[in-house]
Design a protein around this ligand. Structure first.
Ligand code: WTA
Length: 651
C-alpha cells in the first residue's frame, strides 16, 4: 500500500462562543484538567469517567488488563447497562426523572409515542421476563431485525438486563444477510415486526425472517411486533406475537449483576473479505465510554431533547440513539422513516414539533438536504437547536458551512465526530465549549485517546502529510474481538503495526494537531455512511449464473460520498445488455440489501490484472471515476489495453 497524498487545505477557524463555553458540561478549564490527568495516566482518566458516569454493583480491582491485542477494562467490577439506562433514573436524587420522557418516538405515518423512564422500566422488565420464559438464558444470543419503533429499544435493553448479547441487523439487509448473521452468532431467538414504514411503503421484515430462519437450526422462537397490521404468516410452535407474550409478563425483573467484561452485543460490519465481521462489545468499558462522550461532546443537559438520526441497526444508533443518552437520563428522539416522507422537510418538521435541541446526523444527509434546497428548513422554526453533530464519513467543508449557516443559523457549534463500529464510541471530536473547529476536521482526540497518523513503516508523518490513522493505546469502548475469530481480529487490526490498532482510514494531522480523516484505505467503501466491502459485492455478483468474474470499486459521488461501480465479465453465451445490468443490480440488492446495489454495472471482456493475477483496482477506480476515457460502456470495454499500458507500473 503506497503512502497517501493529502490535498485538502482549509483555513477557516471557528472559536467556541464564550456564552456556550460558560455553560458547557466540559468547558476549557475542565477539559484542560482532564487532559492533564489523561496525559499522566489514561487509566486514571477512564477510571474517573467510570466513577462519574456509571453506577456499579461492585467496584473493579484493576482498571485495565492489557495483553495486546486483548484488553479487559474494569476487571472484577459488576454493572448492568439497562440498570444504568433506566433504574437509576427512578431512584435517589434522580427519582423525579420517573415521569421524564426517555424516548420520544415519531412513526413515519405521523403517529407518535412517548415512553417515560417509568414506562421504559415496565416494558423492559416485561420483555426481559418474556425472554427468560422463552428459554433465553444469560449468554444466549438474540437477533433483532426491526423497524425504528420503541420496541427495538425495549428488546435491546431487555437483552442487556438479563445478559443475553444482542445483534441488531439493519432492516435494510436481505434475508441472506440476516441468515448469515443469525448462524454466525448462533442466535436462539429473533425479534422482528410484521413490517415497518419507509417512504410510505411497508418494509416486509417478517418474510425475510421466515426465509432466513428456514435454513437454520438454532432459532427456537420468533417474536413479532404488530406495527403495520398487515397479515403475516405465523408459524405454529415457533412464532409468537409480542402483544400476546407481553400481556402475561410480570412488570418487574431485577437487572442481572454482570461482569464488566460480559458480552453486551455483536454488531456485524464489512471488512475486506466477503464475510462480515461480528464486532464484539462488552459491558462496563463500553458503557463508560458512551456515557462520558455523550455528556461531554453533545453537552447534554437535563432539559435537552437529543435527536440522533441514525438507525439503531448501526453502531451510531446503539451508542447515541440509545445507550449514551439514556445512561445520562436524557430524552432521545427516534424517527421511523425516511427524510422525504411525506415532504422534503420531514426532519425540520420533527425538530420544530419536539423542539429538538441537539441534532446528530450524517454528511450524506446534509448533502442531500443541500440539494433539496434551503426552502425546506427555512419553512420551519429551528430556534430550539443549540448544537449540531455529524458522523460517518468525512464532511466536505462546504457542507459543514451549509450546516452551520442554514441549520445552525451561525449560533450552533458543530461537532464532527470520528469513530467506528469497532471503537464503540467517539474518539476524535471537538468539545463544543472548549475546542475551536475547522470545517472538515474532526479536530482533537478525546482525553485518554492517542490517535497517530503514520506512514507505511509506522513512523509518524509530518504535519499536513497524509498517512494511516492508528490508535496507540487501548480505550474502554474498544472492540474485544471478532465473534468466533480471534485470528481474524489479530490479522485485521493488529498485524500491520505491532500493539497498535489500525483503523483502515487514511488521515493527516495538521500543525495544530487537528485530524483530517480522508476515508478508507482498505477494500471497504463508505456509501452514504454505510460500510460495504468490495468483496461482499463481488461475491454476490459472482453468485449470479451469468457472471464469470467481477471487480467492484468505489467512485466519488456528490451525495452518497462513494458510489459502487461493478466491472463484470459475463460468462460466454450470456448477453451483456441493459437487462442483465438491471438483473445484476437487483441480484446484489437481494443478496446483501438495497444499500449495496451498484450505481453502475459495466461489462468488460477481461478484468485488468497484474502479471501475478491481482486485479488492478487502482486502474479500475480511475476508470470508474472518469479519469481514463474508454469507449462507450454499453458494449464490452477492453480494459486489457489499459492494463497492458499500466502493467509495468502495477506489477
Ligand atoms: C468513517 C460509524 C470522517 C471512517 C460511526 C470510519 C468518518 C468509518 C467519520 C466507520 C468522521 C466515521 N469523519 N470519516 N467524522 N466518522 N467515519 O463503522 O472511514 O459505520 O472508519 O462507524 O466511517 O464507519 P462505521
Amino acid at each position: 500500500m503506497a503512502d497517501i497524498e493529502s490535498l485538502l487545505r482549509e483555513k477557516r477557524v471557528f472559536k467556541p462562543d464564550p456564552a456556550f463555553a460558560k455553560q458547557a458540561n466540559w468547558g476549557p478549564k475542565k477539559l484542560a484538567e482532564l487532559r492533564r490527568l489523561a496525559a499522566r495516566s489514561p487509566e486514571r482518566f477512564w477510571e474517573r469517567m467510570a466513577k462519574e458516569y456509571v453506577s456499579w454493583f461492585r467496584p473493579w480491582k484493576k482498571a485495565l488488563d492489557w495483553k495486546p491485542p486483548f484488553a479487559k477494562w474494569f476487571v472484577g467490577a459488576q454493572t448492568n447497562v439497562s440498570y444504568n439506562c433506566i433504574d437509576r433514573h427512578l431512584e435517589g436524587e434522580h427519582a423525579w426523572r420517573r415521569n421524564k420522557a426517555a424516548i420520544i418516538w415519531e412513526g413515519e405515518p405521523g403517529d407518535s409515542r412517548v415512553l417515560t423512564f417509568a414506562d421504559l422500566h415496565r416494558e423492559v422488565c416485561k420483555f426481559a421476563n418474556v425472554l427468560l420464559a422463552q428459554g433465553v438464558k444469560k449468554g444466549d444470543r438474540v437477533a433483532i431485525y426491526m423497524p425504528m419503533i420503541p420496541e427495538i429499544a425495549i428488546a435491546m435493553l431487555a437483552c442487556t438486563r438479563i445478559g443475553a448479547p444482542h445483534t441488531v441487523v439493519f432492516g435494510g439487509f436481505s434475508a441472506d444477510a440476516l441468515r448469515d448473521r443469525i448462524v454466525d452468532l448462533g442466535a436462539k431467538l429473533v425479534v422482528t415486526a410484521d413490517g415497518g414504514w419507509r417512504r410510505g411503503k411497508i418494509v416486509e421484515l417478517k418474510d425475510a425472517v421466515d426465509e432466513a430462519v428456514a435454513g437454520t437450526k438454532g432459532v427456537e422462537r420468533v417474536i413479532v411486533v404488530r406495527r403495520t397490521g398487515e397479515p403475516v404468516p405465523m408459524k405454529a410452535g415457533r412464532d409468537l406475537w409480542w402483544h400476546d407474550v407481553m400481556a402475561q409478563a410480570p412488570a418487574t425483573r431485577p437487572a442481572a449483576k454482570l461482569d464488566a467484561e460480559h458480552p453486551l452485543f455483536v454488531l456485524y460490519t464489512s471488512g475486506s473479505t466477503g464475510k462480515p465481521k461480528g464486532i464484539l462489545h462488552t459491558t462496563g468499558g463500553y458503557l463508560t465510554h458512551v456515557a462520558a462522550t455523550t455528556h461531554a461532546i453533545f453537552d447534554l443537559k437535563e432539559s435537552d431533547t437529543f435527536w440522533c438520526t441514525a438507525d439503531v441497526g448501526w453502531v451510531t444508533g446503539h451508542s447515541y440513539v440509545l445507550y449514551g443518552p439514556l445512561a445520562n437520563g436524557a430524552t432521545t428522539v427516534m424517527y421511523e422513516g425516511a427524510p422525504n416522507h411525506p415532504g422534503l422537510d420531514r426532519f425540520w418538521a420533527i425538530i420544530e414539533k419536539y423542539r429538538v435541541s441537539v441534532l446528530y446526523t450524517a454528511p450524506t444527509a446534509i448533502r442531500t438536504f443541500i440539494r433539496w434546497g434551503d426552502e425546506h428548513p427555512n419553512r420551519h422554526d429551528l430556534s430550539s437547536l443549540r448544537l449540531l453533530g455529524t458522523v460517518g464519513e468525512p464532511i466536505n467543508p462546504e457542507a459543514w458551512m451549509w450546516y452551520h449557516r442554514v441549520i445552525g443559523k451561525k449560533r450552533c457549534p458543530i461537532v464532527d465526530t470520528w469513530w467506528q463500529t469497532e471503537t464503540g464510541g467517539v474518539l476524535v471530536s471537538p468539545l463544543p465549549g472548549a475546542v475551536a473547529t475547522k470545517p472538515g476536521s474532526c479536530t482533537l482526540p478525546f482525553p485518554g485517546v492517542e490517535p497517530r497518523v503514520v506512514n507505511v513503516a509506522g513512523e509518524p508523518t509530518k504535519p499536513g502529510q497524509g498517512g494511516f490513522l492508528t490508535l496507540q493505546k487501548p480505550w474502554p469502548g474498544m472492540l474485544r474481538g471478532i465473534w468466533g475469530d480471534a485470528a481474524r481480529y489479530r490479522e485485521q487490526y493488529w498485524s500491520r503495526y505491532p500493539k497498535v490498532y489500525f483503523t483502515g482510514d487514511g488521515a493527516q494531522c495538521d500543525e495544530d494537531g487537528y485530524f483530517w480523516v480522508m476515508g478508507r484505505v482498505d477494500d471497504v467503501m463508505n456509501v452514504s455512511g454505510h460500510r460495504i466491502g468490495t468483496m461482499e459485492v463481488e461475491s454476490a455478483l459472482v453468485s449470479h449464473p451469468g457472471v464469470a468474474e467481477a471487480a467492484v470499486v468505489g467512485r466519488p459521488d456528490e451525495i452518497t460520498g462513494t458510489a459502487i461501480v461493478a466491472f463484470v465479465t459475463p460468462k460466454s453465451g450470456t448477453h451483456a445488455n441493459a437487462t442483465l445490468r438491471e438483473t445484476l443490480r437487483s441480484h446484489v440488492s437481494r443478496e446483501i440489501g438495497a444499500l449495496a446495489r451498484p450505481a453502475e454495472v459495466r461489462f468488460t471482456d477481461a478484468l485488468p490484472k497484474t502479471r501475478s493475477g491481482k486485479i488492478m483496482r487502482r486502474l479500475l477506480r480511475d476508470v470508474a471515476s472518469g479519469k481514463e476515457t474508454v469507449q462507450d460502456t454499453t458494449t464490452l470495454e477492453d480494459l486489457s489495453v489499459l492494463a497492458r499500458l499500466r502493467g509495468q507500473e502495477e506489477a
